[in-house]
Design a protein around this ligand. Sequence first.
Ligand SMILES: Nc1ncnc2c1ncn2[C@@H]1O[C@H](COP(=O)(O)OP(=O)(O)O)[C@@H](O)[C@H]1O
Ligand SMILES: [Mg+2]
Length: 488
Amino acid sequence: MLWVEKYRPKTIKDVVADKSILERVIAWAKRWQEGIPQKPLLLGGPPGVGKTSLALALANTFGWEVVELNASDQRSWQIIKRIVGEAVFNETISDEGEFLSSDEGRLKLILLDEVDNVSKKEDFGGESALIKLLKKKPRQPIILTANDPFKLSKELRDLCEFIQFKRLRTDQIVKVLERICASEGIRCDRRALIAIAQNAGGDLRAAINDLQAIAEGRKEIKAEDVVVAKRTQELDVFKVMQKIFKRFDRTVYTDAMNLDESPEDLIVWIDENLPLEYEGEELLKAYLVLSRADMFLGRVKRRGFYRLWRYATYLMTVGVAYAKQKPKGGFTRYQRPEIWQMLVLIRERRERIKSILKKIAKNSHMSTKKALNEMFFFVVYMLRHADIETASKIAVFYDLSEEEIALIAGESRAKEIKEFARRKGIKRVEVVEEEEFFKAFEREEKREEVKVEKKEEEEREVEKEKKAKKRRKKKKEKAEVTLDKFFS
Ligand SMILES: Nc1ncnc2c1ncn2[C@@H]1O[C@H](COP(=O)(O)OP(=O)(O)O)[C@@H](O)[C@H]1O
Ligand SMILES: [Mg+2]
């Protein structure tokens, strides 16, 4: 049996949490016991800190039945919708979705676990259904849990009593691990437990899982075992991906080198599953790192330069892991990639990012390397977050195509940016300058033409004058001659 389940807290006393949290939830439960309906509890916090456990332990402590609804399961939401429709809250539903009457006023805790997982999927109106439900002031205690409660709407949060869980401290984790070791009859070096606890980053579930993996087939755990055990653990590509995507742990590089999978296969797995875990900026950063790894793999093939294999592996494991902002929790069902397809995609994406970098480099007058280090993420940030006019100007300035903007900022934003630029006639500064120049030039030219015309006119005038003078002179001469002749 998995130790995380075996040692799940049975009663509220077994839950490791701040005293203030425990007091609040106990008071909440007692008021329910006295027949005074309370707002639902919303337990927020990172994975593996005991949110689900606290809810279950609380119900167990007060002898409540638990109706656990999985928020990412569509069937659960059909049940919720039914509850909303019926508006009967002294009735609850069984695990099979059947309505049950509460016997002898026994309360039933409705546990909606990881509600933030579902709110994004608007296809069956998850969040609004939930809001509707809560507004009807249910007559049964409800507990919601969420990894990131701020993903939920404020309206939903305001309908609940919000309790924030923190990451567990190393000493709190060590205490639980010690208890487990004692109960399993395992002698354990405290330093080993501290190492496991520190590595878990406040996630007790991860710590317990690691402990169980290391303790497998042993009666004693020494400090050295922690490192060695990790290396010799049976590793598969799923575990490696989990470590890359969810944690900050450099040992994942060694794990990857010990895999049966070649780096060429591993990169495809990572590329396929990356978008299931990362989003926004971290996704883009990770793609950049993967592109570079892919480039090195290409060189290995072409030149048989096998040292680069290691570098590529390092990039796709540690590099990708450190592209994220925070450790990630929850369980992710990874997908098997279609290899031929993914290889093409990686190359394409790399080409496109390269082309964006080139444009930034050209227009900001720097090398592509500098453009990557100093400008790229700023441009990305602005395209995503700046007001639409600024974003449009930036996109136009760097001469980015809609496809390129989409890669950086998502399709709908790209469309919006391009649309705005078109509507407002935003043009590149250079183009504008050129146009101004031409206009000025034309004006100048016209002036010049006029001048030339005038000059010609004047010249013609002068010429005329000259001719006229000549004629007059000739006339005079003629006359003179004639007179002379006349007088001579
Ligand atoms: N605060 C805690 N007190 C006692 N055990 C805990 C605590 N947090 C986590 N655990 C252990 O880790 C496992 C996972 O905890 P869980 O309550 O499912 O975390 P969450 O719901 O916050 O992701 C539990 O089965 C339990 O063994
Ligand atoms: Mg949970």
